[in-house]
Design a protein around this ligand. Structure first.
Ligand SMILES: [Zn+2]
Length: 138
């Protein structure tokens, strides 16, 4: 294969790689939103709160973030460090983390409670229990 072709393949591969994670995160949001709705909760989307939480309950003052384990470096088995390009990923992860913490702090300062749902929380029954305990009665 000519060298020019090989070079072209790298960015395309990374694009696909990133898209995969973005997609998965969207799947998580849809799943949790469906779960919340089925439980009888009514929430707001697209608020202008710090960090733009995925779901917000203004009356209860509870903000819910749904985090992909890889992007937000949960520390679970789903977020193994990428083996290559650590120089690229390391600072990126650190920025994500700092941005997350800043948003949580800002929300708490405004009197909001922050709830994080992680991608690895695959068990619906367990997640339902946890949400109900945190959010209170629908
Ligand atoms: Zn996780």
């Amino acid at each position: 294969m000519p060298r020019s072709r090989l070079k072209k393949r790298v960015p395309r591969a990374r694009k696909g790689f990133m898209r995969r994670f973005v997609k998965r995160n969207t799947g998580l949001e849809l799943r949790v939103r469906r779960l919340l709705f089925a439980m009888g909760y009514r929430y707001r989307l697209h608020t202008d709160l710090p960090g733009t939480p995925d779901v917000a309950f203004p009356r209860r003052r509870i903000a819910v973030f749904m985090h992909g384990c890889f992007w937000h470096q949960h520390g679970c088995s789903l977020c193994r460090q990428p083996k290559s390009n650590l120089k690229y990923w390391g600072p990126k992860f650190e920025r994500n983390k700092q941005r997350d913490y800043a948003a949580y702090r800002a929300l708490r300062a405004l009197g909001w409670k922050v709830v994080i749902v992680w991608e690895c929380e695959k068990n619906d029954a367990r997640l339902r229990t946890r949400l109900q305990e945190t959010l209170g009665a629908p």
